[in-house]
Design a protein around this ligand. Structure first.
Ligand code: AMP
Length: 216
């Protein structure tokens, strides 16, 4: 199964994808995560992507398409794949169709998580994570039980994503509105797009996604 999660930054794609991995045994492919690990390793791709990511703009299509194509091929034995953060442009959506066709695969569901801009800014500006185990937190909605101590691994080191800063966030939202939102009609014309209220409580959003997958 190929499932695409669409939505603005902070819509909850990553959180819901992680839950779907546990529930259905799917593999989550997040282009944002892949790029962050390329930047960390200092690879050629990482060096090209670093500044662009820090500015909140989109990394060029050719680099992204090459990167994701390799990963999809590596997951040929998987139960299914969740694409989180890809595609983000019409060019990427078209390239995905071609690469799936070559691998005898097809998109089963495209799920859009709808969240308004005010909520996105509130969600992203308050989020941080444990530097050591990666556990995600939010200042207002899900702070650690003991201030300054990670619930999971007791570390006292926390980090914020540099691209969650107010200025970069504005660019990321513009990139979503001006480039990524344009692919919604592409998928609705194909008849595989479902929109879900991403403002609802996390468990409710998860149930709605499951209904789409299970065909209820
Ligand atoms: P994310 O973690 O999905 O919010 O992605 C973080 C950043 O990585 C984005 O702001 C972009 O700069 C870059 N990025 C991630 N996925 C893509 C993509 N499919 N196309 C272009 N740039 C991407």
């Amino acid at each position: 199964m190929i499932l695409i999660l669409l939505g603005a930054p902070g819509a909850g794609k990553g959180t819901q994808a992680e839950r779907l991995v546990t529930e259905y045994g799917l593999v989550q492919l997040s282009t944002g995560e892949m790029l962050r690990s390329e930047v960390k390793s200092g690879s050629e791709l990482g060096q090209k992507a670093k500044e662009i990511m820090e500015s909140g703009q989109l990394v060029p299509d050719d680099l992204i398409i090459k990167m994701i194509s390799v990963r999809i091929s590596q997951e040929s034995d998987a139960e299914g794949i969740i694409l989180d953060g890809f595609p983000r442009t019409t060019e990427q959506a078209k390239a995905l169709d071609i690469m799936l066709k070559e691998k005898d695969l097809r998109i089963n569901h495209v799920i859009q998580l709808e969240v308004n801009e005010e909520e996105i800014v509130e969600r992203l500006s308050g989020r941080f994570s444990c530097t050591d185990c990666g556990m995600g937190y939010h200042e207002k909605f899900s702070a650690p039980a003991n201030k300054g101590i990670c619930d999971k691994c007791k570390s006292t080191n926390f980090t914020r994503r540099s691209d969650d800063s107010p200025k970069t966030l504005r660019n990321r939202l513009s990139a979503y509105k001006e480039q990524t939102a344009l692919i919604l009609p592409y998928y609705s014309t194909k008849g595989c797009l479902k929109s879900i209220d991403g403002m609802a409580e996390m468990d409710i959003v998860f149930d709605e996604i499951k209904k789409v997958i299970d065909g209820d």
